[in-house]
Design a protein around this ligand. Structure first.
Ligand SMILES: *Cc1c(COP(=O)(O)O)cnc(C)c1O
Length: 374
């Protein structure tokens, strides 16, 4: 606890009296007949915010991805197209099903999947594409949807990092066949652990809900009887209570992320103009929720990430590495032909952006990074 006073963490949730009051109410009164009340309210308010008709809250986004892929019909032996640059949680549920992730390179500016490389990766086994709005940056959804339509593939949007982001006036996560979000303590909206699956397709959410309840179908009115087996990725009413409070503040929380990004962008303006660094890129048709301000250093700066991490850590600033290309992990076959991902990852870091960070702290981080290169 004490170290929080001098350490600048990468992210943490914004907690006010509202979150505490709602969780207190849930723990005091949210039992028995009321044990799903906050969950239902949370699902409703989140679906409304995103602009989707249906939502199923889960214990994690990883769980929501697993349920979504199964409900979309992905089976053992199928292939699923994913970007090289994403959190491992995008890919693990594919492995859990016994399907195979196919890694496609990312774009040099948004670091999202390069849609022009998707068709090359499609085979007879391909079932779905997962579009990941990485660090809040926005995928080229029209291009992805067109390819999916042409090849009869499903599109799942991993919008875990995309709260506040929009593609052509639609919130990300509401555009594909289904979308998922994370409420892990590091994300823009937090419930500690938690996730949600959203879709305009009611039958898809119904399928996922049955899978999420050990395979129990509510239409078969027979207690403890199931025709199929399923899974259990349920969120608790306590977590959902925190989520309800966060949803009442969602615009405030998104605005704050945008403000923090602007501070970094202004602070690095001279370096950006000189081509020494690149920050999150937003196309003119998109809006960025800036979950995580991220910086890529130009090759000319010759950055050694590990030395930089050490330098920042010694000064109590928590920075994180840009994701490794997933195919470089020992569990996968290396796809070095994904040249953009392999070229940029080693020069990229994530910057602290918790909601309560001050301009002074951001300036300290900027000055520290600049001084590292002097
Ligand atoms: C955080 C995250 C997840 C997983 O979220 P959990 O709630 O921790 O399971 C999935 N995909 C991406 C892109 C993420 O950033």
């Amino acid at each position: 606890m004490r170290e929080e006073y001098n350490k600048i963490p990468i992210t943490k949730p914004s907690i006010t009296k509202l979150e505490i009051d709602y969780v207190n109410d849930a723990i005091s009164h949210g039992w028995g007949e009321k044990c799903y009340e906050y969950i239902k309210l949370f699902e409703k308010s989140f679906a409304e915010h995103i602009g989707c008709k249906n939502a199923l809250a889960t214990s994690s986004c990883t769980g929501a991805i697993h349920l979504a892929l199964m409900a979309l019909g992905v089976k053992s032996g199928d292939e699923v197209i994913v970007p090289e640059i994403t959190w491992i949680a995008t890919v693990e549920p594919i492995l859990h099903i016994g399907a195979k992730p196919i890694f496609v390179d990312v774009l040099p500016d948004t670091w999202c999947i390069n849609s022009s490389k998707i068709e090359n990766a499609i085979t007879l086994k391909t079932k779905a594409i997962i579009a990941v709005h990485v660090y809040g940056n926005v995928c080229e959804m029209d291009e992805i949807l067109n390819i999916a339509k042409k090849h009869k593939l499903k599109v799942l949007e991993d919008a875990a990092e995309g709260i506040g982001s929009k593609y052509k006036n639609k919130r990300v996560g509401s555009i594909g066949d289904a979308g998922v979000f994370s409420f892990h303590g590091t994300k823009t909206i937090a419930t500690g652990e938690g996730g949600i699956l959203v879709s305009n397709d009611r039958s898809l959410i119904e399928k996922a809900a049955i899978l999420n309840d050990h395979g129990r179908d509510p239409k078969i009115n027979k207690t403890f009887w199931m025709e199929n087996y399923g899974y259990k990725y349920k969120i608790s009413n306590l977590q959902a209570a925190m989520g309800c409070a966060q949803m009442e503040r969602v615009n405030e929380l998104i605005d704050k992320k945008r403000e923090i990004f602007k501070w970094y962008e202004n602070g690095f303006k001279d370096w950006i103009d000189q081509g020494l660094v690149k920050l999150n890129h937003t196309q003119n048709f998109a809006v960025n929720g800036y979950w995580m301000p991220t910086i890529i250093f130009d090759k000319s700066l010759n950055v050694d990430r590990e030395v930089l991490f050490d330098y920042m850590k010694k000064r109590n600033v928590d920075v994180r590495p840009f994701f490794y290309p997933l195919s470089s992990l020992p569990i996968f076959d290396n796809c070095e032909e994904n040249i953009i991902a392999y070229d940029i990852f080693n020069r990229g870091i994530n910057l602290p952006s918790f909601h309560d960070i001050t301009t002074k702290e951001v300036q300290f981080v900027i000055d520290l990074i600049k001084s590292f290169f002097e």
